[in-house]
Write a protein that binds this ligand. Structure first.
Ligand SMILES: Nc1ncnc2c1ncn2[C@@H]1O[C@H](COP(=O)(O)OP(=O)(O)O)[C@@H](O)[C@H]1O
Ligand SMILES: [Mg+2]
Length: 356
């Protein structure tokens, strides 16, 4: 069905009827450089209405640059980006009417209370006083901020600030929302709470583009994932497709290192790939695809039969590092110093991804 080019009317109101039938977010061949740093080197994206796109990539990959272009804060050097058919460079005001953004630098005014922050945001969008009060109440409740509503935001925990920031981006009922690393730096519990909030938001029909450094987060929230590295899309698909490409889940356990070779021998054949043994730590790992639970049960049985005691036995989801290793031959290293510069192991963050 060809998209109509008619704008869908004023954003921000209740009861909107979107008339845009094509992909809600489109990015075509977008380049962006800062001096000689090529942050984006020609990326393409498309998101259909009501869907969630996860843009997954390490620090410095170009995620924030892409979000800034889509939210009219930066102009692309080349290529184009459209939101509901509106060109972000040519019609920024029209785009701003229909989008919400919770970025890496927050929109919160720290001296003001949560409720005051929401009220000010409502004023910015010309929402009437009565509606503003209602909307603030509704958002405070939805984001579990009622108890803190009348305290200055500077006293909020990290998780509360992120929730308030997200609430602020929703004051005007945007149809399209951009979240730039919504849970980076949060502890596992706050991260889960944020995921619930995001899921609920998507359930109500919002189209969402979210960036993240966590494969687990993209997995939990996104319908489709694009992996970006040094300003290029290096893979795209559903979470399952990406995991299949990299060989799926990993079964791991630790045994007395003197028996690690024997243990590896015992689990050989549980998958089509060979077990990997770290003889120094006694850690044995095995790619088990999507057959993890069967492999787990069988591993316990076989090692028990040999009287080998295991520690830390479990199935590990692949991490962003695993994805990168499989796709590029290098890990998801920090590239903050610019495309092409490598800082080795500094930002390998496998461990923090396993926590949640
Ligand atoms: N305003 C800027 N000036 C110079 N370099 C920038 C600027 N913004 C981003 N960069 C560089 O562009 C690259 C991509 O950055 P960014 O989009 O912030 O990545 P990500 O959000 O994925 O961490 C990085 O090398 C970063 O240092
Ligand atoms: Mg960023």
């Amino acid at each position: 069905m060809p998209p109509t080019n008619e704008p869908a009317g004023q954003g921000g109101g209740d009861g909107w009827q979107p008339r845009w039938d094509g992909p809600v977010i489109v990015v075509e061949g977008v380049h962006k450089s800062f001096g000689d740093v090529h942050a984006l080197r020609g990326i393409d994206l498309a998101v259909e209405r009501g869907r969630v796109l996860g843009v997954l990539g390490p620090n410095g990959a170009g995620k924030t640059t892409a979000v800034k272009i889509l939210t009219t804060l930066l102009r692309p050097d080349r290529g184009r980006a459209l939101v509901e058919g509106r060109d972000v460079a040519r019609s920024p005001a029209a785009v701003r009417e229909i989008i919400g953004l919770a970025g890496q630098s927050t929109a919160i005014q720290e001296e003001l209370t949560g409720r005051e922050n929401l009220d000010i945001m409502g004023r910015l969008y010309h929402v009437g006083a009565a509606t503003r009060r209602l909307r603030a109440e509704e958002l405070l409740e939805r984001f579990e901020l009622q108890d803190a509503a009348d305290r200055p935001a500077k006293g909020y925990s990290g998780g509360m600030q992120r929730r308030l920031d997200l609430a602020l981006s929703l004051v005007a009922h945007p149809r399209v929302v951009f979240l730039d690393e919504p849970t980076t730096g949060l502890d596992p519990r706050s991260r889960m709470a944020m995921w619930d909030v995001i899921r609920e938001m998507v359930g109500s029909g919002t189209t969402l583009l979210l960036t993240t450094q966590y494969l687990e987060e993209a997995d939990a929230l996104a319908d489709e994932i694009v992996v970006i590295d040094r300003g290029l899309v290096i893979a795209a698909g559903t979470s399952q497709e990406l995991k299949n490409r990299i060989g799926g889940d990993v079964l791991e356990f630790v045994v007395d290192r003197r028996r690690s070779a024997e243990a590896a021998q015992a689990v050989r054949g549980l998958s089509s790939t060979e077990p990997i043994v770290d003889a120094e730590t006694g850690r044995v790992s095995l790619r088990v695809g999507t057959e993890g639970s069967q492999a787990l049960v069988e591993t316990v049985r076989r090692l028990d039969a040999l009287g080998i005691h295991t520690e830390d036995l479990g199935i590990r989801r692949p991490s962003l590092d695993d994805v990168f290793l499989a796709l590029t031959g290098h890990g998801a290293e920090d590239e903050e110093n610019g495309a092409g510069s490598r800082r080795g192991k500094k930002a390998r963050r496998r461990s923090d991804r396993r926590a949640s």
